[in-house]
Design a protein around this ligand. Structure first.
Ligand SMILES: [Zn+2]
Length: 327
């Protein structure tokens, strides 16, 4: 266990604004610009590739801000930040001492390249905020709990399991009978998992577990839908008939993902040892350089319209813990 191949880190993010990561297409229905959904569950998600892309750019910005121009003359930003098109000498540097290119990978104009030491899973919805008569609650379901290594199959598919209230839960358009959280989720199970991920107490104390089917319905009925107007660049006026709607994950959504950090000691970059990072922990530290930027600059579309900021909460080391507690 001294020299692992990789280390997994489970992370959670809290949406400080609505977040719109578009699927690039339009669906038939009420909204013009829809967000990415998981094809199986139909639940919104943020693709790992979107997270990896912004994390790369923000990490490059962070290292550029700390760069000692004596030791390294090539800027990290923008060259190492983007997708590596070598236009105007601005491709990835591909240097074994570059924490951006080694951690996020690089494209080489001569072919080859490197896949990168960090791999990002999709960000899945863990907890979804909904208004209720009891105030805001965060709903979750078996598939989300599974990401926390918690198994739960609700017996009654039309019941809300919560310790918040004994009364039926009124979500406005939906009234659900309640039952206390079952034993397998009570006590330390669910709460300690959420605490591991540094989910704030005001959220942890207002959890409601519902069936998968009901979760899909509740989430897709309570996404943020905004209306905007496209502006004609030539006149600066609103385009005729250019009113459009777009959906977003609401503020307060909690998303979870896993970042897998490979051991740099097991890789060669251009025939040389990786110099920039020396352990899976160091790989993860490079990824974390992007966190402050993500919280302030955001990800996805419409970030100039006050959307996209994501606060990355504390991570815990996934694989150790998961193996220790799994049956
Ligand atoms: Zn580089």
């Amino acid at each position: 266990m001294t020299d692992p191949d990789f280390q997994r880190y489970d992370r959670a993010g809290l949406a400080l604004d609505p977040i719109h990561v578009g699927d690039g297409g339009n669906r038939l229905g009420r909204v013009d610009n829809t967000i990415v959904r998981d094809p199986v569950t139909q639940l919104p998600k943020i693709p790992g590739s979107s997270y990896a892309g912004v994390a790369r750019a923000y990490t490059a910005m962070a290292y550029e801000a700390q760069r000692d121009s004596q030791r390294r003359t090539t800027p990290y930003y923008p060259g190492c930040a983007g997708q590596g098109q070598p236009t105007q000498g601005r491709g990835h540097c591909g240097n074994p001492a570059c924490p951006v290119c080694t951690v996020f990978g690089f494209a080489s104009p001569s072919g080859g390249g490197f896949a990168g030491l960090a791999a990002f899973s999709d960000l899945h919805l863990l907890l979804h905020p909904v208004a209720s008569r009891e105030g805001p609650v965060w709903v979750t379901a078996p598939s989300a709990l599974e990401q926390l290594n918690l198994a739960f199959d609700p017996l009654d598919k039309q019941t809300a399991y919560t310790d918040l209230t004994h009364h039926p839960l009124n979500l406005g358009w939906l009234m659900l009978p309640t039952r206390p959280l079952p034993e397998e989720l009570g006590g330390s199970g669910l709460q300690s998992r959420l605490a591991d991920l540094a989910i704030p107490e005001y959220i942890r104390s207002r959890i409601v577990v519902i069936s998968e089917r009901l979760f899909q319905h509740v989430v897709n009925s309570t996404l943020e839908v905004r209306t905007s107007v496209a502006i004609e660049p030539a006149t600066g006026a609103a385009d005729d008939g250019a009113l459009f709607t777009y959906e977003a994950l609401p503020r307060g959504s909690v998303l979870g993902c896993t970042v897998t950090c490979r051991n740099p000691a097991h890789f060669r970059v251009g025939g040389e040892e990786v110099e920039a990072v020396t352990s899976p922990e160091k790989v993860f530290e490079a990824v974390k350089e992007s966190d402050d930027y993500l919280e302030n600059l955001g990800l996805g579309g419409m970030i100039t319209r006050g959307m996209g900021r994501l606060r990355v909460l504390k991570a815990y080391r996934g694989s150790d813990q998961a193996q220790g507690e799994r049956k």
